[in-house]
Design a protein around this ligand. Structure first.
Ligand code: S3P
Length: 441
């Protein structure tokens, strides 16, 4: 069993500048794109966490050389069709839904059967959403009745281009289809509900032909066969999902100020900022620059005097999908009742997060009404926790662990949070940054 974290004391107020690690979505994508390039790709500030190490180990198994150096990572791509591997290959995506789904779009033209496995949490997740479009391209799948892992995929060299309507707002599904689309001889068109657009930006930056027509609720994305991808040097910006834990911590304390340096504030990822601003949290951007299609800025956040409740508009959901657990902590301290809806996807993450949110909030004395896709949170601006709280059996969901740590440091109580090593999937330096914030000097 992995170690647990004990927190018995709230954190004092602070005025600090911090840096969080590289963006997870971009780091995984960078590894995968670089494995397709003709030449050496170099990345700086790549997130070195278990999800990314799993991506590296998968592309190594596909015959691609990777060198991890002190401040950079080098991938020696062999071209779009350059993977080379033995029969009966087993790929392990460990905890990463992004890796597990995207890699299927890359091995779809392999006539050899490949088995995909993952850890206990990933094995419970839905792979039907990805098998449906990839079957249309011509791949064959052996899927469990539960649609989880392990699964087997047998691709084909003659892939048929497809038209597909992606309705869940899943960037993972959209991105996997785009990867498959560049391996066919024709035009693949996706009508995609809005979701994060790092994949599209990397296509553009790498000069891989792509046409995008933006509409209010969805985008039409067209991709075509690609022959070559040029090498790309990239400095991965910091991850807004990791930054959000500290934005919320600052929002829940009194008289605190925090600057988080060089964070990716891609408009498709800043739902958390929009929602927290609507709730009265003081947040602004400084030193904004454009970098290879992404937008990077320092985020400055100050504790608000009063937190307002919110009836959260559903069009903000996709841009904040990984941040709702901690947004709910802010709602717990708000004046009034907050309402978040159309969030069935939250129960399909590393753990059923909507259910976990209501468990955590109940533990800290906050009333909630939860359905399978919504939560009402009855805020208490005077919230104080004095009891002992033990959090365990959460499928090692990294965001549950970090959310509970922030709750303990903000509201008090005597907490024991199990599975400390869960942070290694996305944010290994999380607890180091907390120690820095605790340090008065
Ligand atoms: C991700 C997409 C989102 C998100 C996940 C990362 C990505 O998942 O929750 O953490 O990098 O494409 P869905 O595609 O399932 O919405």
């Amino acid at each position: 069993m992995s170690a647990s974290l004990s927190i018995k004391k709230k954190i004092n107020n602070f005025d600090k500048i911090i840096t969080v690690s590289g963006d997870k979505s971009i780091s995984i994508r960078w590894i995968l794109f670089s494995s397709l390039a003709n030449g050496v790709y170099i990345a700086k500030n790549l997130l070195i966490s278990e999800d990314i190490l799993a991506a590296i180990s998968i592309i190594r198994k596909l015959g691609i050389k990777v060198k991890i150096e002190k401040n950079s990572c080098k991938v020696y791509g062999k071209g779009i069709f350059g993977y080379n591997y033995k029969n009966n290959l087993v790929l392990n995506a460990k905890n990463s839904g992004t890796l597990g789904r995207l890699i299927l779009g890359l091995i779809i033209n392999s006539p050899k059967t490949i088995k995909l496995i993952g850890d206990k949490s990933l094995s419970k997740r839905d792979f039907k959403r990805i098998a449906i479009p990839l079957k249309k391209f011509g791949a064959k799948f052996k899927l469990k009745k539960s649609f989880g892992l392990p699964l087997e995929i047998k691709g084909t060299k003659n892939l048929t281009p497809i038209y597909y309507e992606e309705t869940k707002g899943s960037a993972q599904v959209k991105s996997a289809i785009m990867f498959a689309g560049i391996r066919t001889n024709g035009k693949t068109i996706i009508k995609a509900s809005k979701s994060r657009n790092h994949h599209e930006l990397l296509f553009k930056y790498l000069k891989i032909p792509i046409k995008i027509k933006k509409r209010k609720k969805f985008d039409f994305i067209e991709v075509n066969k690609v022959k070559k991808i040029k090498p790309l040097n990239y400095k991965i910006p910091s991850d807004i999902s990791s930054a959000s834990f500290f934005i919320v911590l600052t929002a829940l304390l009194n008289k605190s100020k925090l600057t988080i340096k060089k964070v990716n504030i891609n408009p498709s990822r800043v739902g958390v900022i929009t929602i927290l601003k609507k709730m009265g949290v003081n947040i602004f951007f400084k030193n904004k620059i454009k970098y290879k299609g992404e937008t990077i800025a320092d985020i400055v956040v100050k504790s608000p005097k009063k937190i307002k409740s919110i009836n959260c508009p559903s069009n903000l959901n996709s841009g904040a999908i990984d941040e709702f657990l901690i947004i709910f902590l802010v709602a717990a301290k708000a004046h009034g009742v907050s309402y978040f809806k159309n969030l069935s996807e939250l129960n399909k993450k590393e753990s059923p997060r909507l259910l976990w949110a209501s468990k955590i909030l109940k533990n800290i004395g906050i009333k909630t009404i939860v359905t399978n896709d919504s939560i009402k949170i009855f805020g208490n601006p005077e919230i104080k926790v004095n009891k002992k709280i033990i959090i365990k059996n959460f499928l090692k969901d990294h965001r549950i662990f970090m959310c509970c740590t922030i709750a303990a440091l903000s509201f008090g109580g005597n907490w024991i949070i199990h599975d400390k090593d869960s942070i290694n999937t996305s944010f290994p330096s999380f607890l180091k940054i907390i120690s820095n914030l605790k340090n008065e000097k």
